[in-house]
Design a protein around this ligand. Structure first.
Ligand code: ATP
Ligand code: MG
Length: 716
């Protein structure tokens, strides 16, 4: 019989095979980290296509990141060849939503060439609305509103659906009003935000039954990875789409639910059997990824959580090294130490792309970047818009956006006077006023404005010239490649000139970045394709640049694996984050612990955890305490060392108070009963008012936590 097993299913174990072969009806695969859930899902996809149960275009397959989708496509391609080319519906919820919305934009009052705005634009737009409507932005920050909008959209709520409590949560009962104003403004701009990619589609499904029926008909099979992190609106989507055929297979792990702050509801996976009665439930218990030591350490840790289903994991892999805990003096030493360890691994033949540093917060990466640049270690940062976030890149993109979509006011505002064209704040004011009066986009209204004598002659002439250039570029856009178009725009707009005249070292780098942008665009046939790519792709890694160490957040590392994993910053206030500690609730600390579980289980062979005794926050040195999660690790599976005393770790050492610089830490070691609330934290740090009060990213206000920056998460 074995001879008949197709290649894509050959190495799968019995329950995995069951998940692949049970093609009809609902299937739930609920299993721990590294047990081959994603592998089984990929095989299932190959199986459905190879056995002609469905055409590639008839399968909806949702992955957590664009990268995961790419990998899945590659793997399936290896088994079924070119047939995989046509898999339009394999991707993240957001990319699939964007694709659907292009087809049905008119149903929600948009045109099919709509723009997807990012968090930055969103904030600017909200600021405008807040000002226009006489609300004190200091009291009711735009970021707070952005966070609320996100939350509502994630829950599938439209302005009319907000209850009194939600409505009260912004500007004394004006939540729904601002939500509506914002949505209306987006419509005028022919734009939508990330949340809309999901919410608009849900609204369309709810109100246009013909459209829903069409997709229910089309998607013969639905596959979803990382189901434990779906939010309400995604859940509602899937339920509607799977309603008629019920061929839906979801996989996930309740212990890896780490996105509740973005509206994910672990309940979704727990109630799957209720939603889809008669679902086949597949459990996987064999872990193929990590050594027994790593697995045992991770299992011991997650055992400290109370809210979990609980599951068994075992592995046949030979025992490896214990999980290492290293205590260092401060953050620079932490980076130095990790650098040394990586160089050692490299000299032992470890490929760099099998090494990862996973951090809790984005700001932690800088120290490593600095160090690695210094020692010439190749690295990449995954999960941020870094490259596309740079000012010159954003400017160039703004030009391109206005070309693609004349009604894109936010983009137009960004560059109408960049480079300087003598169009100042007064002109902008006049343009805005005119646009409001005529209910037109800024660019269109400006053209009209130039027919009046409202503007001084010089401003008028310059504005007319700029608008004329856009007409010209728009014509060009149909004739030349996107990257050629960019080159003309940079040359003709005077932007390049501006940078060339500026002799600073910075501007040389800026010009290089723009060249790099043009290079990136060469891969795209149309401007629209490229702009969509920019909006959707969060990881800006460049292919073919040699092997690199990966630096990314733990959140973004979900679903991935590396031979060697470094986990720096395991200190109270960093990890668990100060916010989780301040909230003090069990739920937030348990979510942090799940994140720790995700982080450790990314490691295949070696896992190294670091904690520093001192950390500089906002320019101030503060002493820190090792993370409670270190305490959760079973002693049998870890080794501890510290670079400061050459002895055992801070926690486990028996220092005398006189020669121990951290006596305040070790004398009041917490009990092991597991009850360590904020009180414990306070007790330990009492007398040390330098203890970090809040560990936000530098430059971000505390309120920005409400609208968690998207840069540290993958699209999903
Ligand atoms: P996570 O919960 O972290 O997303 P997962 O359950 O999706 O993990 P996979 O990433 O699919 O796990 O698999 C983990 C590793 O085990 C991968 O390297 C995969 O290639 C390997 N693997 C999966 N199934 C098998 C199998 N039956 N035999 C051998 N190796 C396997
Ligand atoms: Mg997986």
């Amino acid at each position: 019989a074995d001879a008949q097993i197709p290649a894509y299913a050959a190495r799968l174990n019995a329950p995995q095979r069951e998940a692949v072969l049970t093609t009809e009806g609902p299937v739930l695969m609920l299993a721990g980290a590294g047990t081959g859930k994603t592998a089984a899902l990929t095989a299932r996809l190959a199986h459905l296509i190879a056995t002609r149960r469905a055409w590639p275009s008839e399968i909806l397959c949702v992955t957590f990141t664009n990268k995961a989708a790419r990998e899945m496509r590659e793997r399936v391609g290896r088994h079924i060849g070119d047939a995989v080319e046509g898999m339009p519906w394999l991707g993240t919820f957001h990319s699939i939503g964007a694709r659907m919305l292009r087809r049905h934009a008119e149903l929600v009052g948009l045109e099919s060439n709509y723009t997807i705005i990012d968090t930055d634009d969103q904030i600017r737009l909200l600021k405008q609305l807040i000002q226009e409507n006489d609300v004190d932005e200091k009291r009711w920050p735009a970021r707070q509103l952005a966070g609320l909008l996100d939350r509502w959209k994630n829950r599938g709520l439209n302005p009319g659906d907000l209850d009194a409590v939600e409505n009260e949560s912004y500007a004394n009962g004006r939540g729904a009003q601002f939500y509506k104003l914002y949505q209306d403004r987006l419509k005028t701009l022919n734009a939508c935000d990330f949340g809309d990619l999901l919410l608009h589609i849900l609204n369309i499904f709810r109100t246009h039954h013909d459209v829903l029926a069409q997709y229910q008909q089309r998607f013969k099979y639905i596959l979803v990875d990382e189901y434990q992190d779906t939010n309400q609106v995604q859940y509602l989507w899937l339920r509607l789409l799977a309603q008629t055929r019920k061929n839906i297979c979801v996989v996930g792990d309740d212990d890896q639910s780490i996105y509740s702050w973005r509206g994910a509801e672990v309940a979704n996976i727990l109630k799957f059997e209720k939603d889809f009665p008669g679902a086949s439930v597949v459990k996987l218990e064999q872990n193929y990824r990590s050594t027994p030591q790593i697995l045992a350490a991770a299992s011991g840790l997650i055992n400290a959580n109370s809210e979990r289903l609980g599951k068994t994991l075992w592995t046949e892999l030979p025992p490896g090294e214990k999980v290492r805990i290293i205590g260092v003096w401060d953050a620079p030493e932490e980076a130095r130490r990790v650098g040394e360890e990586i160089e050692r691994l490299e000299s032992e033949g470890a490929p760099l792309d099998q090494i990862a540093i996973l951090v809790r917060a984005q700001y932690q990466t800088r120290e490593f970047e600095d160090r690695f640049i210094q020692i010439g270690l190749n690295y990449r940062i995954v999960g941020g818009f870094r490259f596309y976030e740079r000012a010159e890149i954003r400017d160039a993109l703004a030009y391109l956006r206005v070309i693609a979509q004349p009604a894109d006011d936010l983009a137009f505002e960004r560059i109408y006077n960049q480079p300087k064209r003598g169009l100042g704040a007064k002109t902008l004011e006049a343009m805005r006023r005119h646009a409001r009066q005529l209910q037109m986009s800024l660019a269109a209204a400006s053209l009209d404005l130039c027919d009046t004598d409202e503007l001084p002659a010089r401003a008028r002439n310059n504005l007319v010239a700029l608008l004329g250039q856009f007409v010209h570029w728009r014509e060009q856009a149909d004739k030349v490649t996107p990257s050629e178009l960019l080159r003309s725009v940079l040359a003709e707009s005077g932007y390049e000139d501006m940078l060339q005249k500026d002799r600073s070292a910075e501007s040389a780098g800026r010009l290089e970045n723009l060249t790099e942008l043009a290079r990136a665009m060469e891969e795209y046939e149309t401007l629209g394709d490229f702009l969509e790519h920019v909006s959707l792709v969060m990881d800006n890694e460049r292919a073919g640049d040699g092997e690199k160490v990966t630096i990314m957040t733990m959140h973004a590392a979900k679903g991935l694996e590396f031979d060697h994993v470094f986990l720096p910053g395991w200190e109270e206030g960093v990890f668990p984050s100060q916010r989780a500690i301040d909230e003090g609730g069990l739920a937030s600390l348990e979510e942090e612990r799940r994140l720790a579980y995700v982080a450790i289980t990314r490691a295949k062979r070696r896992c190294t955890i670091l904690h520093a005794a001192n950390r500089r926050i906002y320019g101030q040195w503060t002493s820190s305490i090792p993370s409670r999660f270190i305490e959760d690790l079973p002693e049998d599976y870890i080794t501890s060392e510290t670079t400061m005393t050459g002895g055992a770790s801070l926690w486990r050492a028996n220092w005398s108070e006189t020669d121990d610089p951290f006596a305040h830490v070790s004398t009041s070691r917490p009990d092991r009963s597991g009850k360590r609330g904020p009180g414990w934290q306070r007790a330990l740090s009492s007398g040390y008012d330098t203890t970090p009060k809040r560990l936000a990213e530098p430059g971000r206000s505390a309120a920005s936590f409400a609208a968690k920056p998207r840069s540290d998460i993958a699209l999903g």
